[in-house]
Design a protein around this ligand. Structure first.
Ligand code: BTN
Length: 251
């Protein structure tokens, strides 16, 4: 993959106006951080063929064989109200579901699954440069032509029955991120609607692990800001926001 091949026929306003492709790095999120701190513009996208220390949420690792999948980190510099920060993860997740042309669903907080098998993961990191959250790195690992053998995981190639062009998928992904990014300070209705429709958890019995404690219940609602709204056996309703949730398992 090259910046030129991705940019050819790329239709975006902000995202991917600058693209870097590196062969090898520790983590594309680190390369994107460095680029951002050196002044890279809003929407700069960093792709890698291989990562030596790809990371997931909560200290997990992300592995992907060289040259098979999409490993991308996007520099975002929105003007964002602090309550809307969770929308950055939501935009990554919704963009993946838009880009892949499959019945992909969001397994809160940051997995994209097809029939329960993990297709992609989102890792958002942020820094406050001023007094507001003004710099985000949106990291996306998307299994295009390979997937880990151990987890219940899948890839686009597995789902579609043949190898896929990473360049075409990369372009679709940048375009979808650009679309959701443009809606970031708009009405919440379209976010809530898409989030509910594409949830893998709505109405299901789950167990949520948060800060070492486990809570069981039925998922009453999914909200891109409030998180998961759970109806407990007692009848009480409690919401769990994404940042502290270690995992959600189906019961
Ligand atoms: C998760 O499932 O916990 C999130 C995985 C995120 C992986 C991507 S790959 C590109 C970017 N660089 C990283 O080190 N992580 C993200």
């Amino acid at each position: 993959m090259t910046p030129e091949s991705i940019r050819a026929r790329l239709h975006t306003r902000v995202v991917g106006k600058r693209i870097l492709c590196v062969e090898l790095c520790a983590s594309t999120n680190d390369v994107a951080w460095q680029a951002a701190l050196d002044g890279a513009p809003d929407g700069t996208a960093v792709f890698a063929e291989e990562q030596t220390q790809g990371r997931g949420r909560l200290g997990r690792t992300w592995t992907s064989p060289r040259g098979t999948n999409l490993l991308v980190s996007i520099v975002l510099r929105p003007r964002l109200e602090i309550e809307r920060v969770p929308l950055i993860t939501a935009l990554g997740a919704l963009a993946v579901t838009d880009a892949v042309d499959l019945p992909a669903r969001v397994r809160f907080p940051n997995d994209i699954v097809v029939d329960g098998r993990k297709l992609a993961g989102i890792l958002v990191e942020s820094r406050f440069i001023s007094e507001r959250p003004d710099l985000f790195i949106l990291g996306i690992g998307l299994n295009v032509n390979a997937h880990p053998p151990d987890l219940p995981a899948t890839s686009l190639a597995q789902e579609k029955g043949r190898e896929q062009s990473r360049t075409i998928v990369a372009r679709a992904l940048l375009e979808a991120v650009d679309e959701w990014y443009a809606r970031l300070d708009g009405p919440l209705k379209p976010w809530q609607k898409a989030w509910r429709e594409r949830s893998d958890l709505l109405g299901r019995e789950v167990r949520i692990r948060e800060r070492g404690r486990s809570t069981a219940g039925t998922v009453d609602d999914m909200d891109p800001i409030e998180g998961i709204v759970l109806r407990l056996a007692s009848g009480h309703v409690r919401s769990f926001r994404g940042e502290h949730v270690e995992h959600v398992v189906l019961r």
